[in-house]
Design a protein around this ligand. Structure first.
Ligand code: MOS
Length: 733
């Protein structure tokens, strides 16, 4: 059998999905399920003085109405990254759109209609809703305790980053703003809660079922062993489905109170408010270089919205300016500004995508100031060690990404003079940018079970967000066991399964693939032991070392038996292993995914309309396991980046309200906005990273892709837009 690793295999769950057989969390049929609808605040800050719920209580089908004045008990979660208050436990309003009531009824329509009958009176106080009100904020706090927050590296004898910048021959100083972006996975936020014998089962599409279970247990006030979270299929997730938000807790306690299952599906607008958003971010990047393009100083500052109710501590510089280029002097000042806005939340490459937009735009400006090719500028400053830590990488072939990308794109044909290329009504321009994203190989666990029906079940709590995890797991297990893909049954997305890696931070493949290989080895050992111990087996009593395993069979000389035959002889339904996690990579090494984007745009000379003509990206991610779904992730990240550059924005108005609450107003890139995207990768195994050699790639395509678009717009027009999204009005003079 040739290895399926890296081949273009269709999604193993594709048929289930296209035939509607895949059950997403709100699809599970349950007896007597009641439906909940939330009532949200119409002010941004203050308190609810009174509420009138009489009409709602009397409406058809209504089973219960909960408000801050009459609600089941809930508890706060002490976790830095999630909203920090317990919903409905006090009349305080912390942001516009906060849940102030829940109506439960027999049908979703009855719950929604009754919720519309609830009225509230408020005592309003002024809310902080814009960044300028809160500057300069507080230094960002690290996700891992003890991590340096705002590291500074200065060459010997250099007094400060400002001194290093002033001493540079060429200086770029650029400020950037990007508006909040909303999480809009196809599947809106939803939870179905079922209690049985004081145990809670929850169906909710999420990133990390065990973490979700833990948070929900805390919110509800039960021990974690009593909560199971099932997340078999997820309708997309870009970070919003990591925490158990208030809606999940409300479904759980309502189900307990009413003694029947309760389903709470947030509307699209409620999902956009109540499940986090990419924050409002301002950045300033200063670059100082010698005349030959050698980077001498890099300063990267940021101030990001941080909701008073908690959220994601955005740190755009650390994993971009901290790892991309060699420089003698490096400093960052990343800050958070507290606002009375809905909780912020990580969104795909949450720090790296905004950080790379600023850094990679500034690098383009530096190339212009130097009169140097932007690719050449980057090659000149390609580092061999991480600037801040001095670590070497497991592997870094960024230079190949630049060279191969430039070749595939035809970069050599570019005209560096802005606005020089005109075709009819359109100005044509090209731009490039770098991509970088951390890779994680933290050891994790899977369970592997060979069954007497000839199938192998591979189990882990990690869900498939739609990214292709089922397919990846099947491929790795098929390769490691030499068993056809059709005989592998991946079982994913359930907090009761062995603790697989979290589906966050692009680590599904990087963590699961080596764990699957470890489990396969353990399984082969267990099967060999069984072969020599089983009465009637042709291998009985032999030295296990004389047996070989090949393609699902144990062999020695002329004797051969499939694992199904061995199990039958042993009268066992299965042999199963859950080995300890594999040894982690050498901690002295840094690991990142890398890439180079090249983009061509056309900008209408009269209307400012921007269209992307073509896009080429080359990535260094180590081994690609599943070509089909890897390509899909990388293309998806680039589409996300194009959308972020040109379309996606949900500004928070002065009154604390998001400008958009639906997909008609909140623009994401659609097919008509996206040209053919040429994605490729350097195909090799990063053996210093893990036994599987795969570093992961879910977020990488999103990093730098917005900057490549912006840099192309500059080349087309001579206009440098530093605020996202780039809108037509900024391009007509
Ligand atoms: Mo992702 S934004 O790491 O869930």
């Amino acid at each position: 059998m040739s290895t399926p690793i890296g081949s273009d295999i269709g999604r193993v769950d594709g048929r289930l999905k296209v035939t509607g057989a895949a059950r997403y969390s709100a699809d599970h049929p349950l007896d007597r399920v009641a439906h909940a609808h939330v009532v949200v605040s119409a002010i941004s800050r203050g308190r609810v003085r009174s509420m009138n719920v009489d009409d709602a209580r009397g409406a058809p089908g209504v089973l219960a109405v909960y408000t801050p004045f009459a609600a089941p008990r809930l508890y706060p979660v002490a976790h830095i990254m999630v909203e920090n208050y317990a919903v409905l436990q006090d009349p305080q309003v912390r942001f516009r759109g906060q849940v102030i009531g829940v109506v439960v009824a027999e049908t979703p329509e009855q719950a929604r209609d009754a919720a519309a009958l609830v009225t509230a009176e408020y005592d309003e106080t002024p809310a902080r809703t814009s960044l300028s009100a809160g500057l300069p904020g507080v230094p960002v706090f690290p996700l891992e305790e003890g991590a340096p927050v705002n590291p500074t590296v200065l060459a010997p004898g250099v007094a400060s980053i400002d001194a290093a910048l002033s001493a540079s021959a060429v200086l770029v100083d650029a400020a950037f703003t990007q508006q909040p972006q909303s999480h809009v996975p196809i599947e809106p936020q939803n939870t179905t809660a079922v209690w049985q014998n004081d145990h809670l089962t929850v169906y909710s599409g999420c990133h990390v079922p065990p973490l979700f279970a833990l948070m929900l247990a805390t919110r509800v006030g039960v021990t974690p062993d009593r909560v199971r979270v099932i997340s078999t299929f997820v309708g997309g997730g870009f970070g919003s489905k990591v925490p158990a938000w208030s809606d999940a807790a409300l479904a759980a306690v309502a189900a307990r109170e009413l003694g029947r299952p309760v389903r709470l599906v947030l509307t699209r607008e409620q999902s956009m408010i109540l499940a986090g958003h990419r924050p409002l971010i301002t950045q300033r990047v200063r670059l100082g270089a010698d005349r030959d393009g050698t980077l001498n100083a890099l300063s990267h500052d940021s101030a990001a919205e941080m909701s008073a109710v908690g959220g994601w501590p955005t740190a755009p510089a650390a994993q971009t300016s901290g790892v991309l280029y060699r420089t003698r002097n490096l400093a960052m000042d990343q800050r958070l500004v507290e606002l009375d806005t809905p909780a912020t939340r990580a969104m795909r490459a949450p720090d790296e995508a905004p950080g790379a937009f600023a850094l990679e735009t500034a690098m383009d400006e530096l190339a212009v100031a130097l009169g140097m090719d932007p690719v050449e500028l980057r090659l000149r400053n390609e580092p061999t060690t991480v600037p801040v830590t001095g670590q070497a990488w497991t592997s870094r072939r960024m230079a190949d990404c630049y060279r191969i990308g430039a070749e595939r794109f035809g970069w050599a044909d570019r005209n560096p003079v802005p606005g020089a290329r005109v075709e009819g009504d359109w100005s044509i321009g090209v731009g490039m940018a770098s991509a970088v994203y951390p890779a994680h190989a933290t050891p994790t666990q899977v369970r592997m079970r060979m069954r007497d029906d000839g199938n192998v079940v591979v189990s882990a709590s990690t869900p498939d967000l739609g990214t292709g995890t089922y397919t990846m797991v099947s491929i790795v297990a098929s390769d490691a066991l030499g068993v056809p893909i059709a005989q592998i049954t991946p079982e994913l997305g359930d907090s009761s399964l062995p603790l697989g890696g979290a589906a966050v931070g692009s680590r599904g493949t990087s963590m699961l693939a080596p764990a699957i290989q470890t489990a396969a080895q353990a399984l082969i050992t267990a099967l060999t032991d069984l072969a020599v111990q089983t009465t009637g087996s042709p291998f009985q009593g032999r030295d296990p070392a004389t047996l070989t395993y090949r393609q699902g069979r144990i062999e020695a000389g002329v004797d051969s038996a499939s694992f199904a035959e061995l199990l039958a002889m042993a009268r066992m339904p299965a042999v199963e292993v859950t080995p300890p996690p594999p040894t982690p990579q050498a901690e002295s090494l840094a690991a990142n995914g890398f890439g180079a984007h090249f983009c061509e745009v056309r900008v209408n000379r009269f209307t400012g309309e921007i269209r992307v003509n073509r896009f080429t990206s080359v990535f260094d991610v180590g081994r690609v396991i599943s070509a089909r779904t890897a390509r899909s992730q990388l293309v998806g990240g680039i589409v996300f980046g194009i959308g972020g550059a040109l379309l996606e924005a949900n500004p928070i108005e002065e009154n604390g309200r998001f400008a958009s609450g639906n997909l008609a107003d909140y623009l994401v890139a659609v097919n008509a906005d996206i040209p053919a995207i040429d994605v490729s990768w350097l195909d090799y195994s990063d053996t210093a990273f893990s036994s599987a050699g795969a570093r992961g790639l879910g977020e990488l395509g999103n990093v730098g892709s917005s900057a490549a678009v912006g840099n192309a717009v500059y080349n087309a027009t001579g206009i440098r837009v530093r605020d996202l999204p780039i809108t037509l009005d900024t391009l007509i003079g």
